[in-house]
Ligand binder design. Structure first.
Ligand code: NDP
Length: 253
């Protein structure tokens, strides 16, 4: 029996750029877009080994990915990485702003340095990446930010700066949809609830408390978030822009 897949892959020929693709949700997004035919460039900060393994895993499965070291807090490094990929492939079709940090501490203890790092990675880098990517995008371009359901519900102390940073992405996404709409480029904000990654382990006392707040009492998976991203990156989502899409097991319901 001929088992060759004759259906076109949804993201065939697309060039995607994902920030923070070495681990967690970002790695799931890289895998998903590559499995649907995209050539996926992704950044990492420290996890060089994980990044190279992911590139090799995707190549072994017949896909195309490349890893670039670029600290999201370093505007020159991030802009340079995006410019390099755009020059290599001639354009960009999909930008996923996934890199993020969760630095916690109550107001008395939370340092200004941690506040600045939160804003630099979770907000400023998103603006920097979009500014760098948009000149290389044409009609049909897709920008997807990874926000958080914590923009809508922050039921714990010690994460105010994180919640603020993710709320900022809501405003940025809505505002930029107006800038980019006339160019046929969409921008959306995916807002996950608890997802099992290094940032948010699915077991332990804290996980149990979170599950108690949810309609579906479990952590989500990176693959579930990646499915929503892949949809938003597709032509099927051409009429979706400026939107915040929760994928949070009812955390904010
Ligand atoms: P992880 O901590 O598991 O992974 C973070 C990823 O971002 C890594 O690839 C890391 O690279 C990269 N990264 C972090 N800082 C930088 C930086 N300065 N420059 C470049 N890359 C960087 O996080 P998650 O996968 O859980 O989170 C991904 C996104 O999803 C974040 O924006 C987060 O806020 C958001 N989110 C996560 C939720 C969760 O429950 N997990 C819920 C809601 C939103 P490296 O490996 O090199 O360190």
């Amino acid at each position: 029996m001929n088992t060759t897949n004759h259906f076109p892959l949804r993201h065939a020929e697309k060039i995607a750029f994902v920030t923070g693709g070495s681990r967690g949700i970002g790695a799931a997004i890289v895998r998903r877009l590559a499995s649907e035919g995209a050539t996926v460039a992704f950044t990492y900060q420290r996890s060089a080994d994980e990044a190279q393994s992911l590139v090799q895993e995707i190549a072994a499965a017949g896909g195309k990915a490349l890893a670039l070291q670029a600290d999201a807090a370093d505007a020159n490094a991030l802009t340079g990485a995006i410019g390099k990929v755009a020059a290599q492939f001639g354009r960009l079709d999909i930008l996923v702003n996934n890199a993020g940090v969760l630095l916690m501490g109550a107001i008395d203890d939370f340092s200004l340095a941690d506040f600045d790092q939160t804003v630099a990675v979770n907000v400023r880098a998103v603006f920097v990446a979009i500014k760098a990517a948009v000149p290389h995008m044409s009609e049909g371009g897709r920008i997807i930010n990874i926000g958080s359901t914590n923009a809508h519900r922050m039921p714990f102390a010690g994460a105010a700066a994180y919640a603020m940073s993710k709320s900022a992405l809501s405003g940025l996404t809505q505002g930029l949809s107006r800038d980019l709409g006339p160019r046929g480029i969409t921008i959306n904000n995916v807002e996950p609830g608890p997802v099992a990654t290094d940032m948010n382990p699915p077991t332990g006392d804290f996980a149990a408390v979170m599950h108690g707040l949810m309609a579906l009492p479990r952590h989500g998976s990176g693959e579930e978030v990646a499915g929503m991203v892949a949809y938003l990156a597709s032509s099927e989502a051409a009429f979706v822009t400026g939107a915040g899409l929760k994928i949070d097991g009812g955390f904010a319901a």
